[in-house]
Design a binder for this molecule. Structure first.
Ligand SMILES: CC(C)(COP(=O)(O)OP(=O)(O)OC[C@H]1O[C@@H](n2cnc3c(N)ncnc32)[C@H](O)[C@@H]1OP(=O)(O)O)[C@@H](O)C(=O)NCCC(=O)NCCS
Length: 149
């Protein structure tokens, strides 16, 4: 899909997630730290449902056959959403995270999406700085709400 290169660590590519990536992706999410919380929606059954709906926005970054980054983009017909962005700690600071966000934005634009939202923990200063740099504004007038079904 798209490509980046690091002179020290070799080239990496971005491609759509495949269910065969699930164990590696789950490991990335589980080891990402406080920025990613594993929920029932992250089980393989639930992830398969997501793939059937709009799997083209669920992307991984791969280097030499190893999954080094992931982002779950989504499109609800009105807003785009970014979920569970994570990059392997050994590969951070190489632009992988920014490229994954840009790739989802490109896919969302192609679907006619006008605005992308995401939830980020207040304490996650690194991710907040990254998103701000990529043009995301904090919507401090709003309080996120949710309900388990
Ligand atoms: C947030 C996260 C996805 C960013 O991924 P990334 O691939 O490091 O992102 P990028 O390389 O595109 O950008 C990281 C920024 O940190 C800087 N950086 C430099 N060295 C770094 C390092 N060793 N580790 C992390 N960041 C570094 C980068 O230069 C860049 O800032 P700049 O472009 O303004 O200079 C990654 O830190 C992560 O997986 N965090 C844990 C999970 C998480 O919090 N996810 C967000 C959920 S909302």
């Amino acid at each position: 899909m798209s490509q980046g290169a690091d002179p020290l660590d070799g080239p990496w590519t971005i491609r759509p997630f495949d269910m065969e990536d699930y164990p590696a992706v789950l490991r990335l999410w589980q080891t990402a730290g406080a920025g990613v919380t594993i929920r029932p929606s992250d089980s393989s059954e639930e992830v398969a449902k997501k793939c059937a709906r709009d799997g083209d926005l669920f992307l991984v970054a791969e280097q030499e056959g190893q999954v080094i980054g992931v982002i779950m983009g989504a499109w609800d017909g009105r807003r785009g959403w970014l979920h569970h962005l994570a990059v392997d700690a050994a590969h951070r600071g190489r632009g992988v995270g920014s490229s994954l966000v840009a790739a989802v934005e490109e896919g969302l634009r192609a679907k006619g999406c006008l605005k992308v939202n995401l939830l980020v923990a207040r304490a996650n200063q690194q991710a907040r700085a990254l998103y701000r740099r990529l043009g995301y504004d904090e919507m401090s007038d709003f309080l996120p709400m949710g309900k388990e079904l």
